[in-house]
Design a protein around this ligand. Structure first.
Ligand code: DX5
Ligand code: ZN
Length: 216
């Protein structure tokens, strides 16, 4: 049976009660912690960096998935791995030497993912799909939580699956942005392996129940 993973996005957590929210995720059926790093240059928003990742690492009992929405990510990936990232994803659009950056992440002992913005074609992955552990398809334009899901993502999931099969790649498919209890099962059926959910989880009065609804 297909393994379904839910990765709550810490961007929507309550930073005044970060430890409480981390422990809620530890107890829940969620699988990964999704950590969104924004620099105010690659995306029009600034989120957080190393000190917050360090706090998440200190309390988290699950896999840590770091999504870098920053320019020149190659300058910082080593530090994110040192601070506890199990997987680091970099944007195709932010990397001039993507193959070098993916190899560097793996050499430093983490898993490596590549991210595509909604307007970037899956065809761009043809020469990197065999080297990555994960393809993260943005289903909103990155920068903010709580945006509306872009329906064209379903087509991109199918195309990514075809590419993975063609090259016999082990890459997982992760979807990020606008995931909710209505579209989650459709996304898993379409071929997603990991669903990121920020607003859906953290604005819910019963986040652990929402995580279950997203997953099952
Ligand atoms: C968007 C981030 C997402 C975001 C998802 O730039 O990469 O991870 O937090 O939030 P929701 O689930 O609220 O769309
Ligand atoms: Zn993200």
């Amino acid at each position: 049976m297909k393994i379904k993973r839910i990765a709550p996005s810490m961007l929507s957590a309550d930073f005044g009660n970060l430890q409480r929210d981390i422990e809620m995720i530890n107890k829940s059926d969620a699988d990964w912690f999704h950590v969104d790093v924004m620099d105010g240059r690659f995306v029009p928003n600034i989120s957080f960096g190393f000190p917050v990742l360090k706090t998440i690492k200190k309390h988290a009992e699950k896999f840590i998935d770091v999504h870098l929405m920053i320019v020149e990510p190659e300058k910082y990936v080593e530090e994110f791995i040192a601070q506890g990232a199990d997987l680091v994803s970099v944007h195709y659009e932010a990397c001039i030497h993507l193959h070098r950056t993916i190899s560097f992440i793996k050499d430093k002992g983490a898993q490596a993912g590549v991210v595509l913005n909604p307007s970037t074609s899956v065809a761009m992955l043809e020469d990197i799909i065999s080297d990555v552990d994960l393809v993260l398809l943005m289903s909103v334009n990155p920068g903010f939580g709580g945006q509306k899901f872009i329906e064209n993502t379903y087509k991109k999931i199918t195309q990514t699956k075809e590419l993975i099969e063609k090259y016999n790649s082990k890459a997982l498919i992760e979807i990020d942005g606008g995931v909710n209890t209505k579209n989650a099962s459709l996304l898993f059926e379409a071929g997603a392996d990991v669903l990121v959910a920020g607003n859906a989880v953290f604005s819910s009065p019963t986040p652990e129940e929402t995580i279950r609804q997203l997953k099952y």
